[in-house]
Design a binder for this molecule. Structure first.
Ligand SMILES: [Zn+2]
Length: 255
């Protein structure tokens, strides 16, 4: 696929830098955006980063983003944002959750939007669903099918506790492509094979170094294999079993 992606708003500390609560929208949207881009590129997709870091005000930020988007012919325009308004700074045990905005009910973007919502909800975020919004400049003015992802709420302690930029990015990539990314960074140990989520993070940080643009060296990734099949359906059946048992299993094809 060809995809435009950007983080909403100016960077923190500048005018028009978005919502702030327990975490800051601009910063987190940029982290998630970078993680999404790295994964999509690793999977072979063409990605253009249309983020604006130097808008003179909110309107200027939006104009710069949209003109960057419309300079490329793509399958999808993706805008990464974080929501605000939950006003639950201490945490009431309820996650306010995720939503994805699209321009109209029947557009091509809708199926992507629903998949992204569902994938983020799989992380444990409440699924607020796909919302139609014909008023947003980004959704109105972009040429390609467009969606605006409100990952979760910056002012909800429960959302912030659950939130992790890499996991959020993985969910978004899965929502867009229908495929699990082979992670380009230190969390890769879990993705390449089978492992329980709680184990994979620990294992990864001990065993493998960051390969991402954060410039650390590449190194070993240990994968846990439970089977090898000549028939794809059999692999899919095992994957289902593992998923049902709570393991984030992926199928890796090799000759
Ligand atoms: Zn925003």
């Amino acid at each position: 696929m060809k995809i435009n992606i950007h983080a909403g708003h100016n960077p923190d500390g500048k005018i028009a830098c978005g919502a702030a609560g327990l975490i800051k929208e601009s910063t987190e949207a940029r982290l998630v955006k970078d993680e999404v881009i790295a994964r999509l590129r690793q999977m072979g997709h063409t990605v253009y980063d249309c983020t604006c870091d130097n808008g003179t005000d909110q309107a200027d930020v939006l104009q710069k983003i949209v003109s960057a988007c419309n300079a490329h012919t793509v399958d999808l325009d993706v805008s990464i944002h974080f929501n605000a308004g939950a006003k639950d700074l201490s945490g009431d045990g309820r996650i306010t959750g995720t939503e994805v905005l699209v321009y109209r009910q029947s557009g091509k973007a809708n199926s992507y939007a629903k998949q992204v919502c569902d994938a983020i909800a799989e992380l444990g975020f409440k699924n607020r669903g796909v919302k139609i919004n014909a008023g947003l400049y980004f959704l109105r003015k972009t040429k390609a099918p467009a969606m605006l992802i409100e990952c979760c709420f910056v002012d909800d302690r429960d959302d912030v506790r659950l939130y992790n930029a890499k996991k959020m990015a993985e969910a978004i990539v899965y929502g867009i492509t229908g495929q699990r990314a082979l992670k380009p960074d230190s969390d890769a140990a879990g993705a390449g094979g089978m492992s329980a989520p709680s184990e994979s993070d620990k294992g990864a940080s001990n065993d493998s170094k960051d390969q991402a643009a954060t410039n650390q060296k590449a190194s070993v990734v240990y994968r846990v294999q439970v089977g090898a099949y000549a028939v794809r359906d059999n692999a899919v059946a095992m994957q289902k079993k593992l998923k049902a048992a709570g393991f984030d299993a992926v199928i890796v094809k090799s000759a």
